[in-house]
Design a protein around this ligand. Sequence first.
Ligand SMILES: Nc1ncnc2c1ncn2[C@@H]1O[C@H](COP(=O)(O)OP(=O)(O)OP(=O)(O)O)[C@@H](O)[C@H]1O
Length: 331
Amino acid sequence: MLTVQEDITSSAPPGARAEDYSIVTRGLTKRFRGGQVAVDHLDLAVPKGSVFGFLGPNGSGKTTTIRMLLGLVAPSEGGWELLGSPMPGGLRTALPRVGALVEGPSFYPYLSGEANLRRYDAADPTVDRRTASARIGDALDRVGLTAAARKRYRAYSLGMRQRLAIAAALLRPRELLILDEPTNGLDPQGTREVRGLVKEIAAEGTTVFVSSHLLAEIEQMCSHVAVMRAGRLAAQGPLAALRAGEAVRISVETPDVTRAEAVLKGLGLSGVRTGQDADNEVSAELGEEPAERICAELVTAGIAVRGLAVRRPSLEDVFVGLTGEGFDVAG
Ligand SMILES: Nc1ncnc2c1ncn2[C@@H]1O[C@H](COP(=O)(O)OP(=O)(O)OP(=O)(O)O)[C@@H](O)[C@H]1O
């Protein structure tokens, strides 16, 4: 049996088997004409059954990666596997098992959601026509659009439109669902709907690979994450493991930042930073020191402590720790 570590990618854990992964890429690279490197030697390992967040600012290479995975654009270098088959040779057998939402399918505004799905299904030569009604009904049911099935598409809210797009990707059973920025342009309600749907689909056993430029979204939806930065992979792994690599921090709110900083350093705390979230804040890695002792030391030193908080690392903290910079993207 091939192990992923030896034969597929060095980014998978030791002893991992190739068949445990829905997507594996090895040195995947896309250089556009004119020399722009959109994706630079990418080694991804997406475990089966995961909700895998593919995170990165606009322009970091997410869409280009997804287009390569689906065979829509040829890589300049490197290889990839989908559902255990080497690509691009295996695209014809693998793609029917992969549902994808890239740049959104176009629907007819004056047709109902159901009629749109019917047209969509009719365009797929690989499905059984006799089961169309049942499959369309199931897909609408899965995305919660049964009651709105006969409504015209143009009357759908943005969230409903996006759910219909996901239904189109679910017209047949899928082992892997690839969604490129599925909540782009949605209002908070639509975003919640899509997020809930992704979780439900994953709970039914489908691996979901979902790209986003929004940290908070990935954090709420995903079990695993890969972080892209200018076409390169900054980090990947289970969310919990990435967070575990980042220390719990203590944050002190005080008008006397300079002296508080000296006290924290005097206690031997590492990673002392000032003014990260606010001007009157100083923070440090908590380490083994109990928070109450740090508080007592500050007060004994005559420092006015207005607030004190122990913060578990967020994905943003992890990102700052990995890249040394913030995840500065607009919503
Ligand atoms: N067809 C193309 N020709 C030349 N450059 C391209 C092409 N497509 C994308 N790029 C460039 O490659 C880089 C990565 O783009 P890509 O769309 O993959 O990023 P992204 O992370 O998906 O961003 P977004 O969320 O904005 O779509 C960008 O700098 C983009 O301008």
